[in-house]
Design a protein around this ligand. Structure first.
Ligand code: GUN
Ligand code: ZN
Length: 433
């Protein structure tokens, strides 16, 4: 068997997926490195001087000297049908949902519209260096068909699911416990593990699912033990008050999901701003995780996520843009917002921690170890970062005293302009012009 081999020379950064923790990420850095990719997978990574002599003579070496080669970013919470309503003003989560979200998502009954938005959305992820994402569709089964079709065409490692909601939303957007479960089961059979696609069971949040819909989620989650689960929890105070009215007998918001066996590995809870000690313990012990969505939480005024509590309880969390409540597709900007929120909570997340959360950390939590780092055999999803992409960045990086300081400036001042190229399974899918 012959493989197509390509090599990439540059400054290589990734995190040891085994030895790293959020508390102590272990960066691996090659100042003059070589990444060797064969047939879409990582064949070797190391110092240029050591590896170059072993390369067969015909191998093309792409010269990215001066640029950082990193695994692609992983966004663990994003709504593709909300692309066109990003930056819509509202005083709180619930009016925002009613005024913008539900009407916008209703357009996805039209598969052509869904195709067109999926294409734009995936290109936007690539422009921002995001190579894997956990993606909400709309309530329409066909919205997820469109999404997976487009994602499969680009060979991207995507996790997505049809939103389930059978109450407390406009009738034109409701499924039922039975149709929602049937559509989800059909999509799982058709798309879960098809190529690089993976399915996420996606009840929108507890208020829009009846107890019988949550029960059908439980049945599906038990029938398909390796699917993902994604939903929202404890995002805003008004939302939580509503949840307590709807589910008065539960100890906490998270407890509702737990009752239906939905708190488990590969379950990703968006936001988690108002969790109590018991909830945090439950997240830590169950293997579920929180997706921290800082730009969204600032935009809607939802509140300040407590990363210190998460670390204290050794509970997993990763980063989500939460577009369209989030204000950017960029994980760099999301890291910057996470840093600022940590500071407002009198906590500190350093640049290594933030990069780790957006790469190997997310991959480990989600059992997606085939991406997020440059372990041998991993899928070759990687990005070329130009941390001098703007005049200000270029000037600032001249004075960077350490790698950590350099990454911190990149996070604070960087955005999509810093993503020079994005490779998916070894193929260049975005090149910044
Ligand atoms: N809670 C329920 N649905 C949504 C949504 O679409 N976005 C956000 N941010 N929170 C939600
Ligand atoms: Zn969300």
């Amino acid at each position: 068997m012959t493989f197509t081999v390509h090599a990439y020379r540059g400054q290589i950064l990734f995190f040891d997926p085994i030895l790293s923790t959020i508390q102590q990420p272990k960066p691996i850095w090659h100042e003059d490195g070589l990444l060797i990719v064969a047939d879409g997978r990582i064949q070797h990574v190391g110092d240029y001087e050591t590896l170059y002599p072993s390369l067969p003579p015909h191998v093309l070496v792409h010269d990215y000297r001066g640029k950082i080669i990193s695994p692609g970013f992983i966004d663990t919470h994003i709504h593709y049908p909300q692309t066109d309503m990003i930056a819509s003003p509202a005083p709180d989560l619930l009016p925002w949902l009613e005024t913008y979200t539900f009407p916008t998502e209703s357009n996805f009954h039209d598969p052509q519209h869904a195709d067109q938005v999926s294409r734009f959305f995936l290109n936007e992820l690539l422009r921002n260096g995001t190579t894997t994402a956990l993606v909400y569709g709309s309530v329409h089964k066909s919205s997820v068909e469109s999404f997976f079709t487009q994602s499969a065409q680009r060979n991207m490692r995507m996790v997505a699911g049809k939103v389930l909601m059978d109450r407390n939303c406009p009738e034109y957007l409701q499924d039922t416990a039975i149709t929602g479960a049937q559509d989800s089961a059909d999509l799982i059979e058709r798309w879960h593990h098809k190529g690089r696609q993976l399915y996420a069971l996606t009840p929108r949040f507890a208020p829009t699912s009846s107890p019988s819909q949550l029960q059908s989620c439980q049945a599906l989650a038990n029938a398909y033990p390796d699917i993902f689960i994604q939903t929202h929890v404890a995002e805003s105070q008004a939302e939580i008050a509503w949840v307590h009215e709807l589910f008065p007998s539960y100890r906490s918001y998270l407890d509702i999901y737990d009752h239906y066996d939905l708190v488990r590995p590969r379950a990703v809870y968006g936001h988690g701003i108002y969790l109590d000690q018991q909830d945090w313990q439950r997240i830590a012990q169950s293997g579920a995780s929180i997706s921290h969505c800082p730009t969204s939480n600032l935009f809607l005024g939802s509140g300040l996520f407590d990363s210190h509590q998460a670390l204290h309880h050794q509970a997993s969390f990763s980063l989500g843009t939460d577009v369209g409540a989030g204000t950017s597709f960029s994980l760099l900007k999301t890291m910057a917002a996470a840093y600022q929120i940590a500071r407002l909570k009198n906590h500190y997340l350093n640049a290594f921690q933030l990069f780790y959360l957006a790469t190997a950390g997310a991959a480990q939590q989600l059992q997606l170890e085939m991406v997020g780092s440059f372990s041998i055999g991993n899928e070759a999803d990687f990005i070329i970062i130009d941390d001098t992409a703007t005049p200000l960045l270029s000037r600032r990086q001249n004075g960077a005293a350490s790698l950590e300081e350099r990454l911190f400036s990149l996070i604070t001042l960087g955005d999509d302009r810093c993503i020079q190229a994005t490779y998916i399974a070894g193929q260049c899918q975005h090149l910044r012009s």
